[in-house]
Design a protein around this ligand. Structure first.
Ligand code: NDP
Length: 332
């Protein structure tokens, strides 16, 4: 089977020279292991960080080794109790056609309950990030006005809708195209949205939220974070979830120039790592599957077909080609 390898560490935007799709042997699973034919794998923004050789909360990808990440697939050989050929599993060895998985790191998923790709998106890691980052990290409460950046993406689209479902007074989103803005307002029920490419974020946010915001969910960093600090009301909270505007920077980006406002407004800016919030998983799955069934919560996926297009899908994600979760599908 083929697997995407990291061939060189990117400087700035990754290029085709930094990766290589290489053939690797497929072997029978050892004791306690399963062989999985991947059907879908995830490309996520955090993977850009793993291409750098820096210490972080996940170890960097190793040169000339397959890259990894979330995937769902079908068990084609099992040497582990509790797993049978034909079972569908969620696991951490994406970016490849066949995965030799330690069964302790595989979770069975039910294709009859939800499409398999949703376990990588709305019912998976990005969905839980939205849920935990809004309800736990930002201490969202009914009546709050919420601003979310990256609002048409996997995490952001869920944050905005979850806030509406739970009684936000106003939900504002920003995204990188007029079509995405239209989707947010017309399909996802956002009260206002703007295209950050059409003008300064601070100005557009002030217009969209004349009475300020109580919660900011930051997926972008940079000018978005600075604008949000200006618009946050007294005792406002911000969840710092990501800073995708900076992931390909070659120099550290300047911080928000208005950070001193945190003092007078007694703001709380708090980071989140989704891995800290696994205890929420059962409640998250119950709430979100219910909201999907009732039609209150919508989601989108942008599916790129074929492993050979996996790296382009990743670049597309960083560029904003996706609406909702970016998925690479290998299903034949
Ligand atoms: P998305 O589905 O939101 O895809 C990334 C999006 O980022 C693109 O679609 C693009 O949309 C937007 N983008 C790219 N460049 C810029 C830019 N310069 N300025 C503004 N927007 C930009 O990805 P996810 O939902 O998976 O992730 C969203 C954020 O959440 C990321 O920052 C990610 O790192 C973070 N994250 C953090 C987790 C945690 O535990 N802390 C877990 C999961 C995700 P557009 O067209 O709008 O520009």
């Amino acid at each position: 089977g083929r697997a995407w390898h990291l061939a060189a560490r990117p400087h700035g935007w990754p290029t085709a020279e930094d990766v290589a799709l290489r053939e690797v042997p497929v072997t029978a699973p050892g004791e306690g292991r399963i062989l999985v034919r991947n059907l879908h794998f995830s490309v996520d923004p955090y993977m850009r960080g793993r291409m750098n050789d820096v210490k972080s909360y996940v170890p960097p990808y190793q040169l000339d080794q397959p890259m990894d990440g979330g995937a769902v697939g079908e068990v084609v050989a099992s040497n582990a109790e509790g797993f049978a050929v034909g079972d569908h599993v969620l696991h951490g060895l994406g970016w490849r056609e066949y995965a030799d998985v330690d069964a302790r790191h595989a979770t069975k998923v039910d294709a009859s309950l939800a499409p398999l790709s949703t376990y990588l998106g709305v019912l998976g890691m990005p969905g839980l990030t939205a849920y935990a980052g809004l309800f736990e990290t930002a201490s969202f409460k009914e009546g709050d006005a919420v601003f979310v950046s990256g609002a048409a993406g996997a995490v952001g689209s869920q944050v905005g809708q979850m806030a509406k479902i739970k009684g936000a007074s106003r939900v504002i989103g920003s995204a990188g195209s007029d079509e995405k803005v239209k989707l947010l307002v017309e399909e996802y029920g956002f009260d206002a949205a703007f295209n950050y490419k059409n003008g300064p974020v601070a100005e557009q946010l002030r217009q969209a939220a004349p009475d300020g915001i109580d919660v900011y969910f930051d997926n972008v960093g940079g000018d978005h974070l600075e604008a949000a600090i200006s618009s946050l009301n007294v005792h406002g909270r911000a969840t710092l979830c990501g800073a995708i505007a900076q992931y390909n920077d070659t120099e550290p980006a300047p911080g928000p120039r208005n950070l001193v406002l945190v003092v007078g407004k007694r703001l709380r800016l708090q980071g989140i790592l989704v891995g800290d919030h696994t205890a929420l998983q059962p409640r998250f799955v119950q709430d979100v599957s219910g909201w999907i069934r009732s039609g209150e919560l919508k989601y989108a996926e942008t599916v790129v077909q074929g492993i050979e297009n996996g790296f382009d899908a990743f670049l597309g994600l960083l560029r904003g080609d996706n609406t909702g979760k970016m998925i690479v599908s290998l299903a034949h």
